[in-house]
Design a protein around this ligand. Structure first.
Ligand code: 0A1
Ligand code: ZN
Length: 891
């Protein structure tokens, strides 16, 4: 497809799905492992799939040197097969085939971190989505499931540890200082779940008793010297296993479950059967290197990967368009896991708010940009570009809506039915919906639109109170903006959890005509299915304030005109903690938008006392969980505020937000100091919910206190930095110091603190990532400073964590500097996308997405962004990954 200068690469369509021509029953692999060269022998027993229209035997391969190819024992000649790009085709193959293929690969040259690659002298695989084809020729698609036996051979000194999926069935020594290990995975699996690890690693291990009484061996493998950082991952794994047994009746099906940590990884982690491979960021923790947020991240990612064992591995995806079948469901499961571990109502709400914040800030933005796609996409060019917040987070919201519509028990029945029906199969999103419908007897036909239509629906609200008839009408109207390739949208099936508050802020009993069975309830899930629908409530004795979309019951934007007083009532009283928080965010956003506009008009800035007082009351409300207060006191991010504008002015938004922060501090200094002093957590560091909540509120107070420059607050930060007994407090203090706008002397002290931090932690890669991140997001860090940091000996683009820590954070989380009026941020972006494209296309494509929303900026910036996009698009040897992103942005 041609569009001016842009060539859109060839797309793969969901509707073109054809079942595989051959099934693979067994795979026997032999690896002779080496960093520079690895020899892979692959013996597949295959059988024709008579139901398929594909008659040839078709395999995929990439960057492979074919050494030998034998079919049923006979060496194939060049004329017997065709290789066209990444496809190997054998016409006229018999129905029963044993195919033996030997390939040679070069792991140390593989900087894409997909397939078999080298990391600090170790060998690691990453096969999802299409990395297995970089190891051997194979029908590398998730609906081909086979049983694998894997023989690993390598030098015993260089690679003392040899791991693969399933059970270790044999090991021993070979000639020439080599040794071997043989692994067998008892479960059939798609090739994307294959894994091997070879190298110098050590492990923490433990026997763990499963519900059935069977014992499983759990191992966490890390580089030498890191065994003091594995306990939390191990604890998280054990909690995950217990939780899945208890909440979903799903038990670990293997005798051995391994986690391996590597510092070179494109994503968070990977659920390979029995051999999960993790980014070190989601494994390594102790109090001196990891923050509370890191601890929580580890718990949820360990949970996520473990839960995939059933939702993803035992039941997998038919094709990659169904990716959300496993990802949306597994994110929902990990969210529930984290919420259940905290246990309390506010604890659950805190988790919910954090999740919704990400959804709104990142997914809503994706849904409004050029890469918008349905939860089940219809096409893609490069599947790696579709590991998105839409597939993951919106996908999880879709699963959560079943939960809200069906209720706890029927949802569980639906899950049971889904697993029972499809264990060992590769299925579609529709199969999950059918299981939910069949187990509950509900009609979920219209619900399908959540999978097929992209874009964030808007629900607008009009209410009418009739005092005489004592009726209250809520009219809900839904619409959904157009998205690329989807002009017209049909109404969604939207669950709206709601209540009505009286003038004292108390929930009133609800008598809705449409829900007679729930008469008298104070919390109701009303279902919006038409474009517009009116719900009538009876016996309403005075005009209520509606609390709608409680707990964020659907991924929509709710347009409703509240007065400040109504929002104040909800903020102080709503029985739904999510909507209390929401009311506060609406109050703040209203002011931030107004101030931004005032700045643009050159007007004087001011904030009303009423708002400041509402914040004061919340801050000082000891009956509220500190973690909840921290969320209530946190202003919407600059990215969130930007969503309220048609044309974004990043500098004005930044200045407005900083003005509000400084004003809050000026008025609430004494209150903030009191909160700071009364929420200390002395003694041994503990990552439990209560201590984490205290630290989060205390450190929020500190960051506010340092917004208002004076000697005493600076010292507060400085002392906390120097005396911190854990990384949470140390990093929070350093961040506040780095952003402190004080005297020259204070600036020198802040710089000294940054240098000290680097020196103290120079051996800890994950902490050095934080050091870069902190500077990348500092208010004063401009493009020039980023270029300077890129020259630092500790910086490298080849390690994804390091690239993200500086470059991604600057481009995505420092908007007022990245969008510098001279376009220097975009020039840097283009340079780096082009540089990364050569090293690691997946990472390059992620960075490429920083300019997705270029049409939302003033024309002057737009022109410069467009030029940067065109520069990237015109680059020679552009990967499919980057080409897809920039061509869609320019389309
Ligand atoms: N399935 C993993 C995420 C993942 C996807 C792709 C990867 O490499 C391209 C790596 C990991 C998960 O959901 O955790
Ligand atoms: Zn996942």
């Amino acid at each position: 497809m041609r569009n001016d200068t842009v060539i859109t690469p060839q797309a793969i369509l969901r509707q073109d799905y054809v079942a595989p021509g051959y099934w693979v029953d067994t795979v026997e692999m032999g690896f002779d492992l080496g960093l520079k060269s690895t020899l892979v022998a692959n013996r597949m027993v295959m059988r024709r799939n008579h139901a398929s229209t594909e008659k040839d035997l078709v395999l995929s391969g990439e960057s492979l040197k074919l050494v030998q190819l034998r079919l049923n024992g006979v060496k194939l000649k060049k004329a017997d097969y065709q290789i066209d790009g990444e496809t190997l085709r054998i016409p006229n193959a018999p129905d029963e085939v044993t195919l033996e293929i030997t390939t040679q690969i070069q792991p140390s040259k593989n900087t894409s971190l997909s397939g078999l690659y080298a990391s600090k002298g170790n060998l690691i695989t990453q096969c999802e989505a299409e990395g297995f084809r970089k190891i051997t020729w194979f029908p590398d698609r998730p609906d081909v499931m086979a049983k694998y036996t894997v023989m690993l051979r390598a030098d015993k000194k260089k690679f003392p540890v040899l791991l693969s999926n399933g059970n270790l069935i044999d090991e021993g020594d070979l000639d020439d200082g080599r040794h071997f290990a043989k692994w067998e995975d008892p479960f059939k699996k798609p090739s994307y779940l294959f894994a091997l690890v070879a190298g110098t690693l050590v492990c923490q291990e433990e026997k763990f008793k499963l519900k059935s009484g069977r014992k499983a061996l759990l191992q966490v493998w890390v580089e030498e010297g890191n065994l003091d950082k594995t306990q939390h991952a191990m604890d998280s794994l054990k909690k995950s296993i217990r939780w899945d047994e208890e909440r979903f009746g799903l038990e670990l099906d293997l005798d051995r479950f391994m986690i391996v940590a590597t510092g070179d990884f494109n994503m968070g982690a990977m659920e390979n059967k029995g051999l999960n491979i993790f980014n070190t960021k989601y494994v390594l923790a102790n109090s001196s290197i990891a923050t509370d947020i890191d601890y929580a991240g580890i718990e949820s990612v360990v949970g996520h990967e473990y839960f995939h064992n059933w939702t993803g591995n035992r039941v997998t995806c038919r094709d990659w368009f169904q990716l959300s079948l496993k990802e949306g469901l597994t994110v929902f499961r990990d969210q529930e896991f984290s919420a259940d571990l905290v246990g309390t109502t506010t604890g659950r709400a805190v988790k919910r708010i954090e999740d919704v914040r990400v959804l709104r800030q990142v997914q809503f933005s994706e849904d409004a940009g050029p890469m918008a796609h349905p939860v089940r996409p219809d096409s893609f060019v490069e599947i790696n570009n579709f590991y998105t917040v839409t597939i993951y987070e919106k996908g999880a919201e879709v699963v959560r809506m079943y939960y809200t519509l069906l209720g706890h028990d029927d949802f569980r029945k639906g899950m049971d039915l889904y697993v029972e029906r499809h264990d060992g199969q590769a299925v579609e999103c529709d199969d999950f919906r059918a299981a939910m419908a069949d187990s509950s007897g509900r009609d979920l036909t219209q619900f399908e639109r959540w999978y097929s239509q992209a874009g964030t629906p808007r629900v607008s609200v009009v209410t009418a109170y009739d005092a005489e008839a004592q009726t209250y009408d809520i009219k809900l109207t839904q619409s959904c903006p157009t998205t690329p390739g989807q002009e017209k949208k049909l109404p969604f099936h939207i669950p709206v959890a709601m209540g009505l508050l009286d003038a004292d802020g108390k929930d009133i009993p609800l008598y809705c005509d449409d829900y007679p069975a729930q008469a008298g309830a104070t919390n109701l899930v009303i279902e919006l299915t038409a474009a517009s629908q009116t719900f009538r409530f009876n016996k309403v004795t005075s005009e209520p304030v509606p609390s709608l979309l409680r707990n964020f019951s659907a991924p929509v934007v709710l347009d409703i005109d509240y007065t400040d007083e109504e929002l104040g009532l909800l903020l102080a009283n709503d029985s739904d903690p999510f909507n209390r928080w929401e009311a506060g965010q609406r109050l703040a956003t209203r002011r931030l938008v107004k101030l931004t506009k005032a700045l643009q008009a050159g007007e004087e800035l001011s904030i009303d006392d009423w708002f400041i007082n509402a914040l004061r009351n919340t801050l000082n409300d000891e009956s509220l969980d500190p973690a909840f207060r921290e969320l209530m006191l946190t202003l919407p991010s600059e990215a969130m505020i930007a969503e309220a504008f048609d044309v974004v002015d990043p500098q004005a938004i930044h200045t407005a937000r900083q003005f509000v922060r400084a004003t809050i501090t000026r008025h609430l200094k004494a209150d903030l100091l009191h909160v700071y002093e009364t929420h200390q957590t002395p003694g041994k560091y503990r990552p439990d919910a209560v201590s984490m909540a205290k630290r989060s509120l205390k450190n929020l107070a500190l960051s506010y206190l340092l917004e208002w420059a004076d000697e005493s607050t600076f010292d507060l930060g400085y002392v906390q930095f120097k005396e911190a007994a854990n990384m949470t407090d140390r990093l929070a203090a350093l961040a506040a110091l780095t952003n402190f706008n004080g005297t020259e002397k204070q600036k020198k002290k802040s710089e000294k603190a940054l240098r000290r931090f680097f020196k103290d932690f120079k051996k800890e890669d994950l902490v050095i990532d934080k050091w870069f991140m902190l500077q990348a997001t500092a208010h004063t860090t401009d493009v020039e400073k980023v270029r300077e940091l890129m020259q630092h000996p500790a910086f490298t683009l080849t390690n994804p964590n390091r690239a993200r820590s500086l470059v991604f954070n600057f481009c995505n989380a420092n908007p007022s500097q990245f969008h510098a009026p001279d376009g220097s941020g975009y020039a840097l972006w283009a340079e780096l996308v082009i540089a990364l494209n050569k090293i690691n296309p997946q990472v390059a494509a992620r960075l490429a997405r920083s300019l997705d929303r270029w049409k939302k900026y003033p024309v002057g910036l737009q022109a410069q962004m467009k030029a940067a996009l065109q520069k990237v698009s015109a680059t020679k040897k552009l990967s499919k990954d980057v080409a897809e992103v920039v061509s869609k942005a320019l389309a």
